[in-house]
Design a protein. Structure first.
Length: 238
């Protein structure tokens, strides 16, 4: 009997040891994100990159300009002004994870949105019904900035499928590498107006940054999402 109990205890100890080893071996894939900082006044200035990672043994970088680096914190000088798709890859014994973001390399710090022109709207609402049974929609504009600040124009373009929103005050964004959302609504007039989203288009200011110098920056961009077409005008500023 004692021999049987001893064998059972030994077997239990082996099972617990195997389970413990398996638990320790099941290390998750690393997480990864990154931040960057630096003051840009010329194409030769440096940006500093810091990996935000957990469970990583190492981090490798691809700066989108044909160059790479490794390390949890690295510095880089880009070849010129432009929008660069930068990737950071965290690696451990069980796998790897990559984070990618658009990095604007420009001496400009902010963009001021001046106007939004509605060139085309969807002809019908969901289900194929008209926006307004007896006339054209009443257009309203909402902009969601990169920091989630919501800007509403306060202007209604009545009974029209097109029109120009000249913005005042003009919204300002510092998130040149992040997306803004431009949303067009049909907002009926009256004491209890019904509001319907007609469509939206997202826009990042990073891709329009040229790499050919300071004086060739675009001041407008055409956006399209489905049947919605917009033209956004803006000004670059320091």
């Amino acid at each position: 009997m004692r021999s049987l109990i001893s064998k059972l205890l030994s077997l239990s100890a082996v099972v617990l040891l195997v389970a413990s080893c398996k638990k320790n071996d099941d290390k998750p894939n690393p997480t990864i994100g990154f931040t960057y900082s630096g003051t840009i006044s010329s194409p030769n200035d440096t940006l500093n990159f810091t990996a935000l990672t957990k469970d990583a043994n190492s981090v490798s970088w691809n700066f989108g300009d044909g160059t790479t680096a490794s390390g949890f914190t690295v510095s880089h000088v880009f070849s010129g002004y432009g929008c660069y798709s930068v990737s950071a890859t965290a690696v451990n014994d069980d796998g790897s994870t990559t984070a990618t973001k658009e990095v604007p390399f420009t001496m400009f710090r902010k963009v001021i949105v001046k106007s939004v022109e509605v060139i085309q709207t969807p002809p019908f609402a969901y289900g194929g019904v008209s926006w307004d049974p007896n006339d054209d929609p009443d257009l309203n504009l909402k902009i969601v900035l990169p920091d989630d600040t919501v800007y509403t124009s306060g202007i209604t373009i009545s009974n029209s499928t097109t029109g120009l929103f000249t913005l005042s005050p003009q919204p300002v964004t510092y998130g040149l590498g992040d997306k803004m959302s431009f949303e067009i609504y049909d907002k009926d007039l009256g004491s209890n107006p019904e509001v319907y989203l007609m469509g939206y288009a997202n826009f990042s200011l990073c891709p329009p940054i040229p790499n050919s110098g300071l004086f060739s920056y675009n001041d407008s961009t055409n956006l399209q999402n489905g049947s919605l077409r917009l033209k956004v005008k803006y000004t670059w500023s320091q």
